[in-house]
Design a protein around this ligand. Structure first.
Ligand code: NDP
Ligand code: A1CAB
Length: 269
């Protein structure tokens, strides 16, 4: 199935997904309509070759196969009613953190096919992690189209239960920010240790990039890869004693993920 897509909200996440779709050819630019109130963001989308509009008035006469909702959870209840005319013919895919399928069908109608999705911003370069959960009304053909579209942006995981979405949000949805902060911290420590800023940035970035790629491509357990870096009584052991002593980093990450998961639950209320 080749589909036409309406993307509602083309901010950080909407544009990241759009870039992934277009770069892979999963959808043609002329088959995408972006609806975004901010002029600068519309202009950015237009540069990518897609059709643009500022308001949902543009859906008159449109026959979309898929409507992707990428607005903030705080405004989704106000945004959705304008798209009711497209349901249930079109399927709706929402990336809004915390917002349950039930909340969406309460607004669009019980018979609306809805896919809940939690992507992340590396989707922009085809390295995203997208987790999905469809309701029972999503046809196998639509699911295949969604899979093609999302695979263009990275890995796709289908969840067993919608309730897992809060955990996914806390791990892979928000996760890139944790890694970016780790890069910031490693860069700052490198500068403090005597390196110039450009060198510090390069070392921190390439270390995270190389380690993530090695972990993925080698198929080795991360713990085994960690041991391969750690010479007995060497420099890594000295650093890991700080990070792993009293489970310091593990506890901190557990606390952070739990805070994100609880916030995702709150956003749905
Ligand atoms: N950023 C991320 O890494 C991730 C985000 N998400 C989810 O993606 C969604 C969007 O987040 P993000 O991209 O970061 O947010 P942004 O604020 O960057 O993007 C949302 C865009 O939607 C626009 N918008 C507001 N109202 C409408 C409307 N009625 N019609 C069309 N567009 C509208 C906003 O404009 P204005 O600002 O003027 O209101 C804004 O430009 C959220 O629900 C979030 O939970 C999911 C995974 C990862
Ligand atoms: O911070 C947020 O709420 C969104 C959801 C996951 C990533 N960004």
């Amino acid at each position: 199935m080749a589909g036409t897509v309406i993307l509602v909200g083309c901010g950080n996440m909407g544009f990241a997904m759009l870039k992934g779709w277009l770069a892979s050819g999963a959808v043609q630019p002329a088959d995408v309509l972006v609806i975004e109130p901010k002029e600068a963001l519309r202009a950015r989308a237009a540069e990518a070759g897609v059709r643009i509009a500022a308001t949902p008035d543009a859906i008159a006469g449109e026959t979309a196969d898929l409507v992707v909702i990428a607005v903030k959870p705080q405004v989704i209840r106000d945004v959705l009613p304008a798209y009711r005319p497209l349901a249930p013919k079109a399927a709706f895919l929402s990336v809004a953190a915390g917002i349950a399928i039930r909340t969406i069908t309460d607004i669009l109608g019980e018979s609306t096919p809805v896919i809940r999705c939690m992507p992340n911003t590396p989707a922009a370069i085809g390295k995203g992690m997208m987790a999905v959960y469809p309701n029972a009304l999503v046809s196998p053909e639509m699911m295949a189209f969604v899979n093609t579209l999302l695979s263009a942006s990275g890995e796709v995981a289908v969840l067993e239960d919608e309730s897992q979405m809060d955990a996914v949000t806390a791990v892979s949805g928000s996760g890139p920010a944790y890694v970016f902060h780790f890069i910031e911290c490693l860069t700052a420590a490198a500068i403090k240790a005597g390196l110039s800023e450009p060198t510090a940035k390069l070392l921190a970035m390439q270390t995270v990039y190389g380690a993530a790629n090695l972990a993925k491509e080698s198929g080795e357990e991360p713990g085994r890869l960690r041991e391969q870096v750690t010479s007995p009584n060497g420099t890594t052991a000295a650093a890991l004693a700080v990070l792993m002593g009293d489970n310091r980093l593990a506890n901190l990450i557990d606390e952070a993920v739990d805070a994100a998961r609880r916030r995702s639950i709150e956003l749905g209320k």
